[in-house]
Write a protein that binds this ligand. Structure first.
Ligand code: G1P
Length: 299
């Protein structure tokens, strides 16, 4: 059972300057919701209610977002605007949020290790909020079928409406080891991602037993074009491995390097998820996500 989700959210978001000068990049909105809220909703849909957020200086807006704003509540009570707060109110009621600060930016692996104090010694999920993921099909808000509803989100569960994290937890339950989400990228993009190599273990599932992992290789050094996207299920031994992981690519402590240690023992599964993923850490991906969600909202 995965009960906690870690959100590394201390990065500077330099690709969005000046927007991210005083606003955390995780708070940039796609339509009316900040990126991190999409991530929290995805975790909740997967049955996770404990959100652990690794923040840094200048990120207090994230804490304020997942809290009650009494002044605002008072101002809009009884007006036509009040329903606009329903979704976030619902999240705040169903989830708990805890925070710790990463004092120095020493890489994603270091951010995850900083979160150990919030996670403890149990398997946990990781969401990188700037990878915005959606299931293959958005759930029908007015289903006329008798499908069971997700107890957390009250939306009907269909094979096509399962969130990425829900899919990954099913994989974790089967293999009981760390799981990374992957997608194929053009070969000339490998330098932007952790890249895996592995052996197909289950054709129907698109799951691979990982044999190698490299952080952001040049295309000529990339073992494949299968790229890790910002969703992980990690077993807690990762913390001890991270404590001993030397700085890698870019002089940073890389989660990819720590995962390679687990992979050497056959303990990492890569899962080709079903759905769409937008790289909202880039302006192009952000615009694409905005257009996609806008079109979805118009039906
Ligand atoms: C991080 C990881 C990388 C992974 C990527 C997914 O890189 O280090 O392995 O492929 O997230 O978004 P970042 O995008 O933070 O540079």
């Amino acid at each position: 059972m995965i009960k906690k989700c870690l959100f590394p959210a201390a990065g500077y978001g330099t690709r969005f300057l000046p927007a991210t000068k005083a606003t955390p990049k995780e708070m940039l909105p796609v339509l009316t919701k900040p990126l991190i809220q999409y991530g929290v909703e995805e975790a909740l849909e997967a049955g996770i209610t404990t959100m652990a957020i690794v923040t840094g200086r200048g990120k207090r807006a994230i804490e304020d977002h997942f809290d009650i704003s009494y002044e605002l509540e008072h101002q809009i009570k009884g007006t036509s605007k009040e329903p606009l707060l329903n979704e976030i109110r619902d999240l705040i009621t169903k989830c708990t949020f805890s925070y710790t600060r990463q004092l120095e930016m020493k890489g994603l692996g270091h951010a995850i290790l900083t979160g150990e104090t919030l996670i403890g010694s149990e398997p946990f999920a990781v969401i990188l909020a700037d990878d915005l993921c959606t299931p293959p099909v958005t759930p029908d808000p007015n289903p006329e079928s008798s499908l069971p509803n997700n107890q957390y989100t009250n939306t009907p569960i269909t094979e096509n409406s399962k969130g990425i994290l829900t899919q990954m937890i099913e994989v974790f339950e089967k293999y009981q080891c760390s799981v990374v989400a992957i997608e194929e990228v053009p070969m000339n993009q490998t330098h932007k991602y952790g890249i895996i190599a592995g052996n197909l273990v289950d054709n129907s599932d698109d799951t691979y037993r990982v044999t190698d992992m490299v952080e952001k290789p040049d295309p000529k050094d990339a073992p494949t074009n299968m790229a890790i996207i910002g969703r992980y299920i990690l077993t807690p031994d990762i913390f001890d491995i991270l404590r001993n992981t030397k700085p890698g690519k870019g002089g940073e402590i890389q989660i990819t390097d720590a995962l390679l240690e687990q992979a050497k023992n056959g303990k990492v599964i890569a899962y080709k998820f079903k759905g769409k993923r937008f790289d909202c850490g880039s302006v192009d991906g952000f615009v694409e996500a905005t257009n996609y969600f806008y079109n979805q909202s118009k039906g």
